[in-house]
Write a protein of this length. Structure first.
Lengths: 176, 507
């Protein structure tokens, strides 16, 4: 973060302010737990791999045994504990005015708008981890090569279904 | 309900009779295709050789050929298609059968392609353009007789135009389209020659150069056009060596001239082979393009499916007013190109009528253009810094070639700083025009109605400067070359995004 926060009307370290300033709704905070589990499932095997590498190779060539193991687990734990909550707070969405708006990220922030009439088809998906926390994700397909799928994660399952119905009605009225 | 049942029952009796197979020459094509495929077999041959089993090589190759031919024959035997009253049915697959029905209504157009071998055999490959996403979703008939292919296309086209016109006019389907077909653009051999001269290609030069180096020992003559010593040797044979050594620049000029010759020759050759007898015709629903010297292709771009127009030129040919026009459509143009090249080389007054057919206007000279912020040079500058650092590190380790790093870095930096000025855009009311590039200026004309989604991107560099990048989701085209307007003021970006999304879908 080398940028100067003053240049922006909101404090970049206050994610609530980001969404509010852009008129976006936050996703469900429970999505942080989903992300945490997903991150853990990705990083823990990597950390185990690094530990094995350390134990099998570095120890035998009399290198600094233990350094890689410690670093790998430290990075994994920091990323599992602190990052997901922050990433979740940078997701935002807005549904209305005949369009779906999805914003994500901070360092590289992308704010996508898909008009309902441009939607080809809609998926509501739920992975096993999401199911455990009662969440779903909404995937909107457009015919554009760029942004052919726009994903909005971290929605309560009933809200995702309601959003799907809203968008579906708009598609129908357009062709009527 | 009873009527529908009767209609469905009717085609059943002649079901078996109407099925057609591909042309038997498909097998000949399969043999031709074996050429490249036999490379897969090389490791096995090498393995046999290394293990000393030389005696097995010839039987193994024969077995490979035989199995491939039998496989091709089985595929030919199990592939059949039927052209019904309003649909094409294709059945294929040796073990896993695939049955595909394509209603005529869904066929946007029929493309016909003929390679060199296919032309000798009088057959053609027919592709059905359905507009389904993905190349693999479009059906094709690999080889049927050329006349059968053209008849098939006429059938489908007549069906479509009959449906478009009043049903009463269906008995005269041939008369109406014929009057509507008109030639929009064609290239004479003379134009092709001019285009080829501008097509001077250093890339081909590099390939020839590399090949010369590589095959230096294999060539039947011991002469490398890139080697000045060879020119001196050549002069020596005519007793000129003393004179040439005294005037070394002659050898340099000789090498230079041959370089130029190869560059021009390859440019002309590629242009001639690709665009020989180029014709672009306007048909009732499509723009139809036929071209090619050895491989003749016949491709149709449905006018309603055109999403954007791209005008490409070069820094040098621009001075003579030469441009190339490509149309971005849902379908891709062959296997390599994503966009359809509809005018390979022409002046703007010849391009404008084509653009008018797809209802896209070119901004006139009076248009006020807005520039992207200079910050977009940053990427190039970071790259330049990387090259410089890498080079200097190499120099520090005693590798003199490392000096190329800073030199290339300076070039990249200068090019990116210079190129920034050519990133411009303007909103023409119903379409956005985006211009970029100095070396190869590219003008994208993107109708608002083609835009399916808009990304407004900022990052930690653009945000403090109050800038944003707009990225448009447009059907068709390459996923690598997205349409974007980089680094424009945030308020302008928001405003433009709202205006573009307000547009209705293209009719």
């Amino acid at each position: 973060m080398t940028d100067t926060p003053a240049a922006h009307p909101t404090d970049p370290f206050d994610p609530e302010a980001v969404n509010a300033a852009e008129g976006l709704d936050p996703v469900d905070p429970a999505y942080a737990k989903v992300l945490r589990v997903a991150t853990a499932l990705n990083l823990i095997p990597l950390a185990i791999g690094a530990s094995l590498f350390d134990w099998l190779l570095i120890r035998h060539i009399e290198g600094p045994y233990g350094l890689i193991t410690a670093l790998a687990w430290l990075i994994a734990i920091v990323m599992i504990i602190s990052f997901p909550a922050r990433r979740v707070q940078r997701w935002g969405y807005r549904i209305g005015d005949g369009q779906l708006r999805v914003a994500r990220g901070w360092l590289f922030r992308t704010d996508t708008i898909v008009p309902f009439v441009r939607v080809q088809h809609i998926d509501v998906g739920q992975g096993p981890v999401e199911r455990a926390f009662g969440l779903s994700h909404l995937i909107v397909h457009t015919s554009g090569t760029h942004n052919s799928t726009v994903t909005l994660p971290g929605l309560p399952a009933d809200l995702a279904a309601a959003m799907r119905e809203t968008i579906r009605r708009h598609i129908q009225t357009d062709f009527a | 309900m009873t009527d529908a049942a009767a209609v469905q029952a009717a085609p059943l009796p002649d079901d078996a009779a109407d099925w057609q197979r591909l042309h038997p020459a498909t097998l000949a094509l399969a043999i031709v295709k074996l050429g490249p495929r036999s490379f897969q077999f090389l490791p096995a041959v090498a393995a046999l050789g290394f293990t000393g089993n030389w005696g097995y090589i010839v039987p193994a190759i024969l077995a490979f050929l035989l199995i491939s031919l039998v496989a091709a024959w089985f595929q030919w035997l199990r592939f059949r298609f039927r052209v019904g009253d309003d649909e094409v049915v294709i059945e294929s697959g040796v073990l896993a059968r695939q049955h595909r029905t394509i209603p005529f209504d869904r066929i946007q157009d029929v493309s016909i392609e003929q390679g060199l071998v296919a032309r000798a055999l009088g057959i053609a490959r027919v592709g059905f353009e359905t507009g389904a996403g993905g190349k693999e979703n479009d059906a094709s008939l690999d080889a049927i007789g050329l006349d059968a292919a053209q008849a098939l296309r006429t059938t489908i086209r007549a069906h479509r135009s009959g449906e478009a016109a009043a049903p009463a006019a269906a008995d005269t389907p041939d008369a109406a389209p014929a009057s509507d077909d008109r030639l929009l653009f064609a290239m004479t051999p003379r134009q092709l020659l001019v285009a080829g001269l501008f097509n001077f290609s250093l890339a081909a030069l590099a390939v020839v150069g590399a090949a010369m180096q590589f095959f230096d020992d294999l060539l039947p003559f011991d002469f490398n056009v890139f080697n000045p010593h060879d020119w001196i040797d050549l002069a020596g044979q005519y007793g000129l060596d003393q004179w040439v050594i005294a005037h070394r620049w002659i050898a340099g000029v000789g090498a230079g001239i041959s370089l130029l010759f190869i560059g021009f020759a390859s440019g002309i050759a590629t242009m001639m082979f690709a665009n020989w007898d180029f014709r672009l015709t306007r048909e009732p629903r499509t723009l139809r393009r036929t071209r090619g010297l050895t491989t003749r292709t016949d491709v149709a771009v449905p006018v309603k499916r055109v999403q954007a127009a791209i005008l490409i030129t070069g820094w040098f040919r621009q001075r003579f007013g030469w441009h190339e026009l490509r149309l971005q459509s849902l379908a891709s143009d062959g296997e390599k190109e994503r966009d359809h090249q509809v005018v390979p080389f022409a002046r703007l007054d010849a391009i404008d009528p084509v653009l008018a057919e797809v209802a896209i206007a070119r901004p006139d000279a009076a248009t006020a253009w807005q520039q992207s912020h200079r910050i977009i040079a940053l990427g190039g500058l970071v790259g330049a810094l990387g090259a410089t650092t890498g080079g200097l590190v190499a120099v520090a380790f005693g590798q003199a070639l490392g000096w190329f790093g800073p030199a290339i870095g300076a070039l990249i930096a200068a090019a990116s700083l210079f190129g920034v000025r050519f990133h411009r855009w303007t909103d023409l009311g119903e379409q956005v025009a985006i211009r970029r590039g100095f070396w190869k200026p590219k003008l994208t004309l993107l109708p608002h109605a083609s835009v399916q989604s808009v990304d407004l991107k900022t990052d930690f560099i653009q945000r403090p400067l109050g800038l944003a990048t707009l990225v448009f989701g447009v059907p068709g085209g390459s996923s690598l070359a997205t349409h974007e307007i980089p680094a424009i003021p945030l308020a302008t970006a928001h405003d433009l995004r709202a205006r573009i999304l307000a547009a209705r879908a293209r009719a």
